[in-house]
Design a protein around this ligand. Structure first.
Ligand SMILES: O=c1ccn([C@@H]2O[C@H](COP(=O)(O)OP(=O)(O)O[C@H]3O[C@H](CO)[C@@H](O)[C@H](O)[C@H]3O)[C@@H](O)[C@H]2O)c(=O)[nH]1
Ligand SMILES: [Mn+2]
Length: 736
């Protein structure tokens, strides 16, 4: 306890099992040292009879192992000292009554009504409107980069439905407050007939609204009679396309208007629709551009000191999340230098065994590790920012705010709406620092990470909060290609940061602790992992066919460190995965995705980075799919991998998978011929054979999709044909 009676608003829990983790890390390091000793001592140096290929592949092994060691070291740095936080919301409420709480602006971003259905978007909007927070202090802004009247129509409907939904949420303490998620998971209450009736009425009006929106979305345009209902639709007379239109801004609920109330007469939060101006001759900077327009427009309308931003698929699952975050900012002793509170990215549509992987370990262990090293990175969604820090202010002690003394004067939002449009125009940012020193940063495919780095580099701290009750739930892609493309975008953007002046080692040198600068490498260096991985997936099997041993004999001493590292490293990964709630099959799927990403997404990420460095390519943000057709959904539910499309990524995957299969088959037939020396072959090539077998095992879904499946998610015949040819060629090359 510091000064008179001060009680902190948050605390930290000691990490469990960290002694085990540290012993594991140290022991693996020792084993790795032995591996390098072996690599150097047994380098097939100058013996005359060694063919030069053998020397080169040995160097390759050495370099790959060196890379993996470096990456392992970074992982250990990240996980060495994790911090797990919790909050005291009761203390917050005791110190700040509704009047004293600061305003919070909430940004929801959407970009395309075909990929991000308006019904999903408004469920998210309604979920954040229903936060357990004084409504007059809340303002919700929907940014629509799709410039779509369909989305506007949906939001208009949502603003009406909110008058029913918010009182209902209050009365029944509804959780989650997304109507879609709530009605999906909560059946009609049975014990209280009045409540049951009310539940039924609300569900009915929700379903009606939803089907109305769906019909119109399918139709592709808003019918004339509905357009007459609100003057806002007239704005679409000036929209020539989603890439060419003026700013559209409408205040659908004006919180300063005493008539903006729900059916119980309680105030509603402000609700604003914004589609910033887009012109073909101006770069719109994707989501970062959208965020900056929102920052400016909201600064005029509500100017809340805190900003929560979520992607349109991330609904609020915990109506206390704002209060939780404020426990950090409003802490009188430790809150002044906190720029943002990051929540984990968790998903509502994961299947039991997470067929395309999840960010489980990242969210449960790596981000707490970042927190321990100086603060989590900003991951784009589920994050509460201090407006000032996001806008580019450097941290200094003098900035400390006395929150209770804050004034909350606001002009009527509707009356200033017209003025605000200029703030969302393309020309506004010309010759300003927006996107450079102010707001979300431009020029990166991972604007979030870059923005986070720049905030931390200005001396601010950040914290990570992973409450027991998940704060937000979003969507993971439901096909393999979508997942790989998403990871390509991330890996590409992250590597781009590493190669730029914003690399943490340069940019964060002054204000970020070294361990935090280093921690960022775990993500910035995702893509380069592909070199070492490709090497390990191809070369040992190739050498197996050629008869070149790359590892020590199983029977000799040197195999021990190899066995130790392989075994303990994987067991640790499994334990870690299961520890944070995953299943064993889920872990296996995660391993497969690990391999797939490293041999496709990351390879393309590197190629694109090289092209960008040569200025042959401009980066583009491919929006992640959030809807799929019935068949695809069904396969996803059944955890059957979905290939379907023909993509060069699948050609690479299938080629590598088939090549390893061919190697194993070739070895099998060879072994029959040399039956009596079988044991000896295993002794010499044990590691390579095991690696090859493991790869074949991991790739089982690929063989199945290439040769045995008939459904729409199989690997297209052309891909199978091409990959088989490549794989056969490679095997032939090895054998002859
Ligand atoms: O021009 C654009 C492109 C995207 N978005 C929005 O950005 C969000 C994220 O896009 P999505 O396609 O879902 O990408 P993800 O890969 O799922 O997003 C993750 O990665 C992004 C880049 O690192 C972060 O911005 C996101 O917050 C994070 O969830 C969505 O709400 C989009 O509507 C825009 O507003 N304008
Ligand atoms: Mn997303």
């Amino acid at each position: 306890m510091g000064n008179s009676g001060y009680l902190p608003l948050s605390g930290t829990k000691p990490a469990r099992g960290y002694f085990l983790f540290r012993s594991y890390a140290v022991s693996v390091f020792i084993a790795i040292c032995f591996i390098f000793w072996y690599r150097l001592a047994y380098f097939p140096l100058l013996e005359v009879e060694t063919p030069p290929t053998q020397r080169w592949v040995w160097v390759g092994m050495f370099l790959s192992e060196l890379w993996f060691t470096l990456y392992f070291f970074i992982t250990v740095v990240v996980k060495w000292n994790p911090v797990f936080r919790y909050t005291f919301k009761d203390r917050l409420s005791a110190r700040y009554d509704d009047e004293a709480l600061p305003g919070v602006d909430i940004f929801v971003c959407t970009a395309d009504p075909r990929i991000e259905p308006p019904t999903m978007v408004i469920s998210t909007v309604l979920s954040v409107m229903a936060y357990d927070y004084p409504p007059q202090k809340l303002s919700i802004y929907l940014s629509d980069d799709g410039g779509s009247d369909l989305t506007f129509y949906a939001l208009l409907e949502a603003s009406r439905f909110a008058q029913l939904w918010l009182p209902f949420c209050r009365k029944l303490k509804v959780e989650p407050t997304s109507p879609h998620a709530y009605f999906q998971t909560h059946p009609q209450p049975v014990d209280d007939s009045a409540l049951a009736n009310q539940w039924f009425t609300i569900k009915k009006s929700y379903e009606d609204m939803k089907s109305g929106i769906e019909t119109i979305t399918k139709l592709g345009k808003v019918p004339a009679d509905i357009r007459k209902e609100h003057k806002g639709f007239d704005e679409w007379d000036f929209v020539s396309s989603r890439h060419d239109h003026p700013s559209i801004l409408h205040v659908l609920v004006d919180g300063t208007d005493p008539n903006s109330i729900d059916i119980e007469g309680k105030a509603l939060p402000t609700l604003v629709y914004l589609s910033r101006e887009k012109r073909p001759q101006f770069h719109h900077h994707f989501k970062a551009g959208a965020l900056n327009a929102l920052i400016r427009v909201s600064s005029r309308i509500s100017n809340a000191p805190f900003i929560l931003n979520v992607d349109c698929d991330m609904y609020s699952n915990n109506s206390e999340a704002i209060r939780d975050a404020l426990c950090f900012f409003l802490d009188e002793e430790n809150g002044h230098d906190i720029a943002y509170v990051q929540y984990p990215q968790t998903f509502s549509n994961l299947t039991r065994n997470e067929i395309y992987g999840s960010l489980r370990v990242v969210m449960e262990f790596e981000l707490p590790g970042f927190d321990g090293n100086g603060g989590p990175c900003y991951i784009g969604t589920g994050c509460v920012h201090r407006r000032e820090a996001l806008c580019g202010t450097k941290y200094s002690k003098e900035l400390a705010v006395e929150w209770k003394a804050m004034k909350h004067d606001r002009e009527s939002a509707s009356s200033i709406a017209e003025d605000c449009k200029a703030l969302a125009s393309c020309a506004y940012e010309e010759n300003t620092l927006w996107g450079k020193e102010m707001g979300a940063k431009y020029g990166s495919l991972v604007e979030d990470i870059l923005t986070g780095i720049s905030i931390q580099a200005r001396g601010w701290r950040s914290v990570y909060l992973n409450p027991e009750k998940t704060a937000f739930l979003g969507m993971v892609p439901t096909t393999l290609l979508d997942t790989l493309v998403q990871h390509k975008r991330w890996a590409e953007g992250l590597l781009q940061i590493f190669l730029s002046k914003h690399c943490t080692f340069l940019y964060g040198r002054q204000n970020m602790p070294l361990k935090l600068q280093l921690s960022y490498c775990i993500y910035m260096l995702w893509a380069p992992n592909s070199f070492a991985t490709l090497y390990f997936v191809f070369v040992p099997s190739f050498c197996l066919l050629k008869g070149i041993p790359l590892f020590p004999k199983i029977s000799c001493f040197w195999s021990i460190p190899f066995l130790y590292v392989i075994f303990v490293h994987r067991v640790h990964s499994l334990v870690e995965f299961v520890w944070c709630g995953g299943t064993i099959r889920g872990w296996l799927n995660e391993q497969r995705m690990w391999l797939f990403k490293r041999t496709t997404s990351y390879v393309f990420a590197i190629i694109d980075n090289i092209l960008m460095l040569c200025r042959c390519l401009k980066s583009a943000f491919v929006i992640t799919g959030k809807v799929a057709d019935h068949d695809v959904n069904q396969r996803y539910e059944q955890e059957i991998m979905d290939f379907g499309a023909s993509s060069p990524m699948f050609t690479i995957l299938a080629t590598l998978a088939l090549f390893n299969l061919f190697s194993l088959i070739a070895l099998g037939t060879k072994k029959i011929a040399v039956c009596d020396v079988g044991m000896e072959v295993f002794d010499i090539f044990g590691f390579q054979i095991t690696l090859c077998c493991l790869l074949v095992f991991v790739n089982l879904p690929i063989y199945q999709a290439a040769f045995f499946r008939k459904d729409g998610g199989k690997i297209p015949a052309s891909v199978t044909l091409m990959s088989s040819t490549f794989a056969l060629l490679a095997s032939a090359l090895a054998i002859y």
